[in-house]
Structures are given as C-alpha cells and as structure tokens.
Design a protein around this ligand. Structure first.
Ligand code: NI
Length: 196
C-alpha cells in the first residue's frame, strides 16, 4: 500500500520518534509499504514520520546511484549495495570535515539546497530481523543516513540552512504546507483548505 507523504509543516515531522519494540504489529508489512511508497515517489530514503508515524524507522535504497557517472568508483561500489532498513538507529559519532551536498526531501518538494555535514558516521541500529549492527559510513551513504536520521529526531534539512537561505525559502515552505504546489506523488498537506 502506498501512503501519502506528509508535507512540511505537519507536527509529526517535528517529533522525536520513539523506539520500536520487537513485537511491533505488522512491522514487515509496514516496511514493505514504505519501500513501495518511496519507489512511488522516486525517493532514495524515507523515514516513518514522513508517512505520519513517529517511530524510529527509516529505509534507504541508493542502488540507482550505481550508474551515476558523476560519482567516484568507490561511491558507486558502496551505493550499488546500499539498500537497508534502519530500526531504532542511534548515530554514535560523526567525524571528519564538513562537505556540501545538494539535498532534497520528499516532504519538501521542489526545494533543493546545499547542506554541510560531517563526512563519516558510526551508527548502531537493528535490521528488519532485529539483528543489531554497528557500522561506519562515509560520503554519500553517510549523507543519506544523516538526512533520514534527522527525520526520526524531528529535524529537516532546511534547519541546517543559513538564516538568509531560510528567509529566502520561507514563503515556498508555506505554500508547501498549504498544498499550493504540485508534487508528482500523493501528499498530505497540514494546512490545505478542505474542498467543498
Ligand atoms: Ni527527507
């Protein structure tokens, strides 16, 4: 089942998400639905708050980057296998120099901005079978995780922008909340006027 994607301005995107117990009902179905929803919107990452659920779950599938000739061979090799489910994730450490990457978000359509983040992370999480992992990521894989991890902390990529950039996109964000934009996928707008 494809969920509508919650748009900027919905309070669920601002909640610190809660841990998922191992006996969470229909978790595998929810994960399948999240992948279907993400693919339906041509995304490479999706966090549960973006479908209205404030729980610590996000998914990534960056395997389409495998053929992106603008990326380094190393990045392409990593991303070609980078399809994962992250449950109850905790970023334990972020290291290295900050670098800039142009980010976008399914909850904030039509806005892309350069965001600075550190290069390398250590993350602990559970996979879909509730096996625990602690792994190190760098480059674009780390970047995708950092963006999705922000979602389960109630943070959006626009929060990382300068005061000036925030002012420049403020009215556009307001239009997104009201549904006065066109997305290529179904969305739920927090401030949309009800149709009569
Ligand atoms: Ni996002």
């Amino acid at each position: 089942m494809i969920y509508p994607i919650v748009a900027y301005g919905d309070p669920v995107l601002r909640k610190k998400a809660t841990d998922i117990p191992q006996d969470f009902p229909d978790l595998n179905q929810l994960i399948d639905d999240m992948f279907e929803t993400m693919y339906g919107a041509s995304g490479i990452g999706l966090a549960a708050p973006q479908i209205g659920k404030p729980i610590r779950l996000f998914i990534v599938d960056a395997t389409p980057f495998e053929d992106d000739q603008e990326l380094s061979k190393e990045d392409r090799a990593v991303l070609s296998e980078f399809k994962k489910v992250f449950i109850n994730a905790e970023i334990l450490e972020e290291r290295g120099d900050e670098w800039v990457f142009n980010e976008g978000c399914l909850s904030i359509p039509d806005i892309r901005e350069d965001v600075f983040r550190k290069d390398e992370i250590t993350i602990r999480y559970f996979d879909a079978d509730f096996n625990e992992h602690t792994e190190v990521y760098s480059g674009i894989a780390a970047r995708i995780i950092q963006h999705e991890y922000d979602h389960i902390e109630g943070v959006l990529f626009t929060d990382h922008l300068s005061a000036l950039k925030k002012r420049m996109i403020k009215s556009k964000l307001g239009q997104i909340s009201k549904g006065l934009i066109r997305a290529e996928y179904r969305m739920k707008y927090p401030l949309a006027k009800k149709k009569r």
